[in-house]
Write a protein that binds this ligand. Structure first.
Ligand SMILES: NC(=O)C1=CN([C@@H]2O[C@H](COP(=O)(O)OP(=O)(O)OC[C@H]3O[C@@H](n4cnc5c(N)ncnc54)[C@H](OP(=O)(O)O)[C@@H]3O)[C@@H](O)[C@H]2O)C=CC1
Ligand SMILES: Nc1nc2c(ncn2[C@@H]2O[C@H](COP(=O)(O)O)[C@@H](O)[C@H]2O)c(=O)[nH]1
Ligand SMILES: [K+]
Length: 479
């Protein structure tokens, strides 16, 4: 039954069906959107969320990050190069020389979830410093002084299970991986486990995937061609109101640039466009050449559009209608915004999305680009801000005249300084991916679906009131 009003994720639930999928490990989460992702997770093109470490880490687990349109092109180029040159299995180590002071180590160690640095001499790993090693020692003490010799050093190409057992035996939390004695990367035991469960998102040459966004103003096809030349794996044409003439003018130009790139290189890069929330919006964007349509107006955590304008649409219904329209025209949709729990990802897929875009939730992780801050109670957080916030608009319009900048700052539709707290037990983005992927795999087995395509047809969704939602929440103390 279709209700007479629109619904968001909290309004709906799924009913289990008889299932022939007997293990959550039998579920295949490869996305049907042609992007090459092996899990349906896309990191939103927000400056506070998608940077190099985020892109690399998420791609290694099968998702993809979209670099924001506000980053200067030379920076985007560097980031794309570094993501593509990162190892698809081994993590990128924090590398220091023997003489590096502890103060320097402390300033970089929290940037990676493994929270350790490898001490090298002429490219060879000679020691490992963990965060614990830096406690209670002088800030000027050197890495060489506090490091421990690596308990295990692995050769590149080592069998991952074997590596796990070796590390377990030696009680090693982290091991450098070498080729010809030179450091190639590091592995952790948790990382090895993850590598057994996830498959990285790779291009045809085996490099980690990364995407990039363009807006609808300025030389859009020129910028798109430039991004394609860097080797991005997906192009996102992104604006608040995707169903407008400027978009319908810019999008075919991006598609032409994409086709020229395909003719020259043989690589076809999917084009995503948005955001819309209606069937008509999807039809127009697909007619203008979009392979994937991005859906969501107003659900974003940093987004004030609905409060400022009254415009938007509850996200579950928006995805449902848009996915239906997309399917009829041979396209796919990404559900963008409003994801706070793994259930929201599962429900977006149930509504028909090929993949789900997550922004602010991931801002509160070690891998997001922001500085790690602490509030008065000592809780760690990172600042997040919307791409239509005064902060982002000021940055985006930096080359305009003072008058134009002041004028655009009047149209603020986002929060400038949200605080995204890190979960002290799950501070890394991979911890959040673990939750999402295990929740979604489980949802698939409840529906009896082995793939996203099967889930689209098999998921049985019902409507609940606030009490129904509340009943589903765990209670950590008695009532
Ligand atoms: N999903 C969502 O709900 C929303 C997402 N965002 C995100 O913020 C970022 C910046 O997007 P955006 O603000 O579009 O900036 P852009 O720099 O992409 O510019 C938007 C263009 O569209 C024109 N425009 C016409 N109507 C509107 C409208 N109602 N809102 C915004 N622009 C309009 C603007 O002209 P003029 O300035 O002259 O009006 C401008 O030329 C994007 O990443 C976008 O995804 C922003 C808002 C909502
Ligand atoms: N109305 C606005 N929407 C914004 C802004 N910045 C980003 N966004 C949208 O939110 C999603 C991410 O949602 P989240 O709930 O996961 O954070 C992002 O992809 C954009 O579509 C903004 O300033 N205003
Ligand atoms: K919102």
């Amino acid at each position: 039954m279709r209700p007479g009003h629109d619904l968001t994720y909290d309004d709906v639930f799924m009913v289990p069906s008889r299932s022939s999928v007997t293990s959550r490990l039998d579920v295949d989460l490869r996305t049907p959107d042609g992007v090459g992702t092996t899990i349906p997770v896309v990191v939103a093109n927000m400056t506070a969320v998608a940077g190099r470490r985020m892109a690399e880490t998420v791609a290694r687990r099968g998702g993809i990050a979209v670099l924001p349109q506000d980053i200067p092109l030379p920076e985007v180029r560097k980031t794309v190069e570094r993501v593509r040159s990162s190892h698809p299995v081994y993590e990128t180590p924090i590398v220091v020389e023997r003489s590096a002071p502890v103060a320097q180590l402390l300033s970089v160690m929290h940037k990676r979830a493994h929270r350790a640095a490898v001490v090298v001499e002429a490219g060879r790993p000679i020691g490992v410093v963990t965060e614990a090693d830096t406690q209670g020692v002088d800030r000027f003490a050197s890495a060489g002084h506090v490091m421990e010799e690596p308990r295990v050093v692995l050769e590149e190409g080592v069998d991952l299970r074997e590596a796990f057992d070796l590390m377990e035996e030696a009680h090693a939390g982290l091991a450098p991986v070498v080729a010809g004695g030179l450091l190639r990367g590091i592995v952790t035991r948790t990382g090895l486990l993850r590598s057994a469960i996830y498959a990285p998102a790779l291009d045809a040459e085996g490099r980690l995937c990364v995407g990039a966004a363009v807006g609808i103003n300025g030389d859009v096809p020129g910028k798109a061609a430039e991004l394609l030349s860097y080797g991005v794996d997906v192009l996102v044409v992104d604006t608040a109101h995707g169903h407008q003439d400027k978009m319908l003018h810019a999008l075919p130009q991006v598609v032409t640039a994409r086709d020229a790139h395909e003719a020259a290189t043989g690589r076809r890069v999917p084009v995503v466009a948005g955001n819309v929330v209606s069937r008509a919006g999807v039809e127009d964007l697909v007619a203008a050449g979009a392979d994937v349509v991005k859906v969501g107006v107003g659900p974003g955590a940093m987004c004030t559009t609905r409060m400022m304008t009254g415009v938007g649409r509850p996200q579950f219904s928006a995805v449902l209608e848009c996915a239906e329209a997309a399917r009829e025209s041979g396209a796919q949709v990404w559900a963008d915004g409003g994801v706070k729990y793994p259930r929201d990802v599962a429900l977006a897929l149930a509504a028909g999305a090929a993949s789900v875009m997550v922004g602010s939730w991931f801002a509160g992780t070690l891998e997001s680009p922001g500085d790690l801050m602490r509030d008065a109670d000592g809780r760690s957080y990172k600042e997040s801000f919307g791409m239509a916030s005064a902060r982002a608009v000021k940055n985006r319009t930096r080359d305009l005249s003072a008058f134009e900048r002041a004028r655009s700052s009047l149209f603020e539709e986002g929060i400038s300084s949200g605080r995204m707290f890190l979960d002290p037990h799950r501070p890394g983005v991979e911890d959040l991916l673990d939750q999402i992927v295990s929740g979604v795999r489980s949802a698939f087995t409840y529906a009896g679906a082995r793939s996203i395509g099967e889930f689209h047809t098999r998921a049985v969704v019902g409507i609940q009131g606030a009490a129904g939602y509340e009943e589903g929440r765990p209670r950590h103390t008695s009532w």
